[in-house]
Design a protein around this ligand. Structure first.
Ligand SMILES: Cc1cc2nc3c(=O)[nH]c(=O)nc-3n(C[C@H](O)[C@H](O)[C@H](O)COP(=O)(O)OP(=O)(O)OC[C@H]3O[C@@H](n4cnc5c(N)ncnc54)[C@H](O)[C@@H]3O)c2cc1C
Length: 521
């Protein structure tokens, strides 16, 4: 076998997977048909859940240093300010990162590429996958090399992170169901002054569409995204100057453009692969799902796919778990993609619909509803959980087991374990729990009872145990998070709860690991 995992594509999804597999001790190879990293910014909203993963990877400080946190959004309709949607308030207490970090896809790829390099791995550029044959114990893959010659290698597993036109998907005959939207988007990197509220996302709604202004690093630097006015659709020669009149008409005559350093138009599709796996090949990121950019979810969803698959693949390639564990990848991530496509599709149709009624709704009602709703704590919390991806959970997964009669309102198996500030040592200080969790291992939180040893649970070096000391501060934090004072939580390496309940029974936990996680002890 030439490699444990061949990662096809070095976009954000492939780079995340390569990093996560390598730091977990697997031996992947990563190829890309391009000559080097992409220069275009494309995606630019980095969600809180991604930043939590970046923290474990050791790149969050660099990302924050290069990016710009957007703490809220302002909604404008027909030139008038309508409403403010506070993101930070909504995410307060949910995550250490209660905002959207505005950081271009190129910077995200660069940071992940540098980390991969530091871990001792390089992307093999100018190397294209052109054929594959699934065999009983591996995949024979034909590669076109930089000099044009062909080479066949064998990989135990293939991860298709090769974007919307995925060869891995096509060579496996997996249908990509969906359709293109009729609207054409434009995107521009500009230096501009105007009515925009600084450091926040500004949404200009108009009768026939919308313009989004994202604050970027640097003075007066804004990324603009919008749909092309009807009169420009179908024209091949559209440049930035052509869209300026519609921008001025909707976002205010006071806009002064000093520079446009990048302008592009693109059509978008909403599509999903009918399966995310065919035997030894997996699909992740845009290879598995594409949708409208409403909500800045695309790149983040690909990164979460990679984080979900990596720990499972690492355990399987190292012989610590049975390949049956890998079935849970599609079981967990396909429903996430299905929901995402439904919600982005609904949201997108609402903001682009050409109908008169939709135009009235957009300009007269939408902003008011958003502002009103976001004053409600529960709605704030739900909206932040959805957009930031901290609310994603896998409660119906085969890996999720909540003990019978466990408190209904407590975090349950499949949920991302909530962010908490806790005292983990009786004589220690209050600490950020996420910083203490080792995401290359399982973590067991034991509350209000004594804990077994990792050996007793059969996970040995794969488990970290955190026994919470009795402490009034801990009690208050547990109460805030609805965590019972007598409970235990076995967290998977990706921070989602695998097994939880009131009293920890070692035999039950061992059975869970053998039967649900397919661990080989
Ligand atoms: C103009 C534009 C604007 C966007 N704006 C946003 C946004 O604001 N927010 C958002 O969340 N998303 C946005 N997106 C979507 C976002 O860019 C994608 O979701 C993201 O790039 C997906 O990453 P990926 O790694 O899965 O795929 P990609 O980034 O497409 O990477 C796939 C890689 O695979 C390589 N590859 C393909 N085939 C092969 C092969 N046969 N052999 C070897 N290598 C191969 C390609 O060269 C490429 O490098 C935008 C997309 C576009 C085009």
């Amino acid at each position: 076998m030439d490699t444990d995992v061949l990662i096809v594509g070095a976009g954000p999804t492939g780079l995340m997977l390569a990093n996560q597999l390598t730091r977990r001790g697997a031996r992947p190879q990563i190829i890309d048909r391009h000559a080097g990293p992409a220069r275009e910014t494309r995606a630019l909203g980095v969600q809180a859940r991604t930043l939590e993963i970046y923290e474990h990877l050791g790149i969050v400080d660099r990302a924050i240093e290069l990016g710009k946190p957007a703490t809220g959004a302002n909604m404008w309709a027909q030139g008038r300010w309508m409403a403010h949607v506070p993101l930070s308030d909504a995410g307060y207490g949910t995550t250490p990162y209660p905002y959207i970090l505005i950081l271009g896809q190129d910077d995200n790829e660069r940071i992940m590429g540098e980390k991969l390099h530091a871990l001792g791995m390089q992307v093999q550029w100018n190397t294209e996958l052109i054929g594959l044959e699934q065999q009983a114990d591996g995949v024979a893959v034909t590669l076109k090399q930089p000099d044009g010659s062909r080479r066949t290698i064998t990989a135990a597993w293939v991860a298709g992170c090769d974007g919307a036109r995925s060869s891995v998907r096509e060579l496996n005959g997996i249908t990509f169901e969906g359709a293109p939207y009729e609207h054409v988007f434009f995107v521009a990197d500009t230096e501009v002054t105007g009515s925009m509220v600084p450091d926040q996302v500004n949404v200009y709604l108009w009768r026939k569409g919308f313009h989004l202004f994202f604050p970027m690093r640097g003075k007066d630097h804004w990324r603009l995204v919008g749909i092309l006015p009807e009169s420009l659709r179908g024209r091949k020669d559209v440049d930035f100057d052509a869209v300026v009149p519609s921008l001025r008409a909707e976002a205010g005559a006071g806009l002064t453009f000093k520079k446009c350093s990048w302008f592009s138009t693109y059509r978008i599709h909403h599509r999903r692969a009918v399966r995310f796996r065919d035997r030894r090949c997996f699909l992740l990121g845009d290879a598995a799902h594409i949708h409208s950019p409403v909500g800045a979810q695309g790149m983040n969803t690909g990164l979460q796919d990679a984080y979900n698959l990596a720990w499972k693949l690492a355990l399987v390639t190292q012989g610590r778990a049975d390949p049956a564990l890998l079935d849970s990848y599609e079981a967990e991530r396909l429903p996430v993609a299905r929901r995402l496509l439904e919600t982005t599709d609904r949201g997108f149709r609402l903001v682009v619909s050409d109908s008169w009624l939709a135009g009235v709704f957009r300009t007269q009602i939408l902003a008011r509803i958003a502002a009103f709703a976001m004053r409600r704590k529960r709605i704030q919390h739900f909206a932040f959980g959805t957009i930031s991806q901290t609310g994603i959970r896998y409660r119906s997964s085969p890996l999720s087991q909540t003990a019978d009669s466990f408190a209904e309102d407590a975090p349950r198996a499949g949920d991302r374990f909530p962010w908490a500030m806790l005292k983990l040592e009786a004589d220690g200080t209050v600490e950020d729990l996420f910083k203490k969790l080792d995401d290359t291992r399982f973590n067991l939180l034991v509350i209000g009872q004594s804990s077994p040893t990792p050996e007793e649970l059969g996970l040995r070096d794969l488990l970290r145990i955190h026994q919470l000391p009795a402490d009034p501060g801990n009690d208050a934090e547990l109460e805030r998070l609805h965590i019972p004072r007598l409970s235990f939580y076995l967290l998977r390496p990706d921070g989602h709860v695998g097994l939880c309940g009131a009293r920890l029974d070692g035999a039950e936990a061992r059975r869970y690991m053998a039967e649900r996680l397919h661990m080989r002890t």
